[in-house]
Design a protein around this ligand. Sequence first.
Ligand code: UTP
Length: 304
Amino acid sequence: MQTNPTRLNKAVIPVAGLGTRFLPATKSTPKEMLPVVDKPAIQYVVEEAVSAGLLDVLMVTGRNKRPLEDHFDRNYELEDMLLRKGDTERLAQVCASTDLADVHYVRQGDPRGLGHAVLCAASHVGDEPFAVLLGDDLIDPRDPLLARMVEVQARYGGSVVALIEVPADRIHLYGCADVRPAGPDGLVRVVDLVEKPDPGTAPSGYAVIGRYVLAPEIFGVLQRTAPGRGGEIQLTDALRELARCGEVRGVVFEGRRYDTGDRAEYLRTTVRLACERTDLGEDFRSWLREFVESELRSPQSVGG
Ligand code: UTP
């Protein structure tokens, strides 16, 4: 069942989840539209796909698709106003998301799980390998993970997942991979997968993060995958079947990854990225230093 390596140019970005951890912000806005500094999280993700050579982007949307479509579409009124003011810098920022990629949309209907969202991409993707990127994980462009995964898929075929090592007391929050060494540069063979293992039962400390390069065989498997954990059709359950046939490799990622999936991590990510910005970083860092010092002096602070 080995897949013939094919040049990959399609990225699928599921954005139909309910985003319950970010309510009420996500009541009428997809969580992928929440800004990280001044860009919606989804734009970082599309930029990452494009820089790995994937110019055909399919978003699997749900009931709140409007803001996403608008963000990647032209806004003539705004462009015209900025043009008339001669504000070329902001005009370039407004046009950047429109010109980035060839963006398509498909509706998921009921959010029946990540596996089901991926299955909704089947007719757009066809019989080719493709990438899946989740908006909860931002990967620093200085550490190009997706390009490496595409390379691995082109070389070996099959499917490729991205793994990070996490402490034993956090592995139950992730999909976990049972792995065997497979080669140099952090490449492993994935022999089994478990979605959010019960504490103490994880087969390893390797957690699956939100980047996948999948063989089209995944669609056939997803069609017969029953709802699993949380009553949802889990991508991990379908990948497990391919892993048990020796069809899944893992790239162990040691670069910079920013988790924007929960509120505290989202805030840390925003602070970190703001500190690194050339236009904002200097002022923001000096404010942050003063803020931290005053927090440490405050009687409410730990050890204060
Ligand atoms: P999450 O498990 O993080 O779910 O989905 P969620 O609903 O977005 O967020 P919380 O946990 O309720 O806060 C992982 C990714 O899969 C997409 C989500 O949009 C997110 O990018 N997803 C999930 C779908 O597109 N459809 C689904 O049915 C489920």
